[in-house]
Ligand binder design. Sequence first.
Ligand SMILES: Cc1cc2nc3c(=O)[nH]c(=O)nc-3n(C[C@H](O)[C@H](O)[C@H](O)COP(=O)(O)OP(=O)(O)OC[C@H]3O[C@@H](n4cnc5c(N)ncnc54)[C@H](O)[C@@H]3O)c2cc1C
Length: 480
Amino acid sequence: MRTLVWFRRDLRTHDHPALTHACRQGDDGVIGVFLLQPDQWKEHDEAPIKIDLLLRTLSELSRALSEKNIPLRVVTVGRFDGAPAALTKVAEETGCEALVFHAEYPIHERRRDRAVREAFEGAGLTVDVFHDQVLFEPGEVLTKAGDVYGVYTPFRRNVSQRLITEGVPSPLPAPTKQPDTGVSPDEVPEAIAGFKRFPKGSEARWPAGEEAARKRLQAFVDEGLSRYHEERDLPGIESTSKLSPYLALGMISVTQCLHAALQVDPDALDMRHRSGPSVWVSELLWREFYKHLLVGFPRVSRHGSFHRQYDGLPWRDSEADFDAWCEGRTGYPFVDAAMRQLKATGWMHNRMRMVVAMFLSKHLLLDWRKGEQFFMRHLVDGDLAANNGGWQWSASTGADGAPYFRIFNPISQGQRFDPDGAYILRWVPELEGLTGKDLHQPWRVGKEEVERRGYVMPIVDQKAGRERAIAAFKAYREDL
Ligand SMILES: Cc1cc2nc3c(=O)[nH]c(=O)nc-3n(C[C@H](O)[C@H](O)[C@H](O)COP(=O)(O)OP(=O)(O)OC[C@H]3O[C@@H](n4cnc5c(N)ncnc54)[C@H](O)[C@@H]3O)c2cc1C
């Protein structure tokens, strides 16, 4: 039997259950396939920098697979609805009798995968689906009442307990060399129309492939993991792993990450224990939590509020304010630094994602969906579950969200997490020479000086914006 492995957001050869299964079940070789779906990616707001990384990763994957005699076919189909025909054609051309792939959880992806399964089974071919993005299959971790968890802490307790009791599965090795199939791999394009190639710097910042991902994990384990619980909120230093793009495209698996953390601290799953590894594991489990939510509450895939009653919140409409936020010109240096970091690098520190998301949804009272979309269009690690979860948390419409009256103050957040202003000055050079309070509140030096430096005065008064948001949420809740 010869099997077709459909690669999607799992662009690696190690710890790849579908690939391992394909290699074990057949004696007539294995074929890989990847579908380029640019029209669908556009509809899903995938960022050019993410597609750039994806294409570079595909080249690496194709090379790694070729070493195992597994050719990677690369086929363009535009949209998801082209997937069943494209894949059955590849199976027919390459003599495959079975298809394997890993589950994806957003609603369109699940619909596509059902159609692919029907097409293959209709043609008399077998289909096997595995779960690799998560530690537990969504639907497997439920409350005592049998519901999907809508609150993180008991979810984490349940998952941790099960992993302690059942054990963490060992990451699977890469496959051995397979029988020759006589099929040649396809060229991987360097660019795709509609997605600009990301400028210089991206390749060095985000090197592609599973080898690069493993090196990054090892560097983090060696240099940052043990201090993670103390430093992870400081955006001015390299305090987190920056593995998110690698997890989003599956160059590394969550199991590999969990193993690395447990090797440093075998008690990292114990919730009473507080160490760098245990706090990092807790972040990996936030990722898991949001993926389970996508399946349990499909409306979040359709831009609905997790708490349905918040769908009608009276957001303001101001293109000028939104543009200022996007461009990093709100007059709040901590917010502006983060937005500029996002545009320049495709990535933003987690603390900063919360700060800017709260600023948009609370101080500016603009719809969080606009911010969610802007993030997706610029993030190298764009991931529907985590992005939606993070936005709804910040906007207080989501699962286990911040209470609507607990609004991060962009000035005191900066003073606390960037006390010497290193982060601000890296991204807002107009403020060079200012220190202390003046750096965090440049309006203190006067409008004329602020404008002379080419910076801007605040687009909203911090206190007034906060009070406006609390009043709007309060009035809306009273009318429910
Ligand atoms: C408004 C908002 C939007 C976000 N959008 C995304 C997104 O599109 N893609 C994305 O991967 N993460 C997103 N996050 C979560 C988090 O900010 C990033 O995962 C993290 O900053 C990535 O940096 P890192 O790899 O250095 O993380 P580390 O701190 O090293 O954490 C390790 C991994 O755990 C996961 N993780 C960490 N924190 C979270 C979290 N709060 N929620 C879910 N997973 C988490 C990520 O996969 C991350 O790579 C968002 C958070 C907010 C508040």
